[in-house]
Design a protein around this ligand. Sequence first.
Ligand code: CA
Ligand code: CA
Ligand code: CU
Length: 353
Amino acid sequence: MDEAESGSCCAPSVDRGAAGLSLGPTVRATADRAPDGAPDGARDGVRGQDRSRDRGQSPRGSQGQEDPGRERDASVLLGGGSFLMGTQDTDGFPDDGEGPVREVVLSPFRIDACAVTNDRFARFAEATGHVTEAERFGWSFVFAGFLPAALRRGAARPPQTPWWCGVEGATWRTPEGPGSSVADRGDHPVVHLSWNDAVAYCRWAGARLPTEAEWEYAARGGLVQNRYPWGNELTPEGEHRCNIWQGHFPTKNTAEDGYRGTAPVDAYEPNGHGLHNMAGNVWEWCADRWGTRHSERPRTDPKGPSQGTSRVMRGGSYLCHSSYCNRYRVAARTANTPDSSTGNLGFRCAWDA
Ligand SMILES: [Ca+2]
Ligand SMILES: [Ca+2]
Ligand SMILES: [Cu+2]
């Protein structure tokens, strides 16, 4: 699984700022317009707003006007403590650094029960004028099956992951490119956001991205070394518990779980911590840099490697299928460069408790 270094089958990656991309005309033409791949300048203004915020308070109590989309997306206070992170499960991807199983101790923290929705992100964009990197670069990756034939034909595709199309004009507001919209997806997870965009949102909301350890602790829902947030069986008693792919990837999605693309962020039963869609629906950015070597020694509040470019993503998405990518397992992980964006990648916020 060496693709994990530059994004797995679920995480198509290109260096958006570089000239001479090998993705073909669509991406090359738009990449020329890319300024520098640096974080949005608007964040400086946003940061000022953060300072006036009491970060020690419960985000529910203190959100006020800043993040009013949160009413449906309450956060959950988790007590922290010790848990067993990672897996040596035979159905895992050892090269992704899923193991070894190691003891991690976490301080209490708060985390969104649901991924950030289009409605929540819209308020942020309105309040701050934040322009996402997909908007600035002029394109983002869309799953080929969502595109009309004309768009699909003309789109550049990464050779390793040809089900992804680089689509001009694909942004969080227009997830399948020009003409598409999120009008009927206000409660779906916002997508086509880079790590930098997610961090900008978090700052505005007085939040931060969860560390990878926090994310996994949260996702496990209090279960010890289980495969999924709800147990060890993918569909207990035949019931779908998350939004992934059924059928034959990447040509036939029967959507037995109810959804071909994104689902509302609170679809399906929450896990034991009251958290929705930790597995499936959309991948979620974490704060940590990517690395595959973990010490077996117990650690407290680990924050990932201190060097490296790519950032961790967790949880899998509506595109994951057991035939090629079972990364909806709770220990599964992948990464992408911090300016990458795709239609199956979002985030949720965390806070120090
Ligand atoms: Ca599905
Ligand atoms: Ca998820
Ligand atoms: Cu996957």
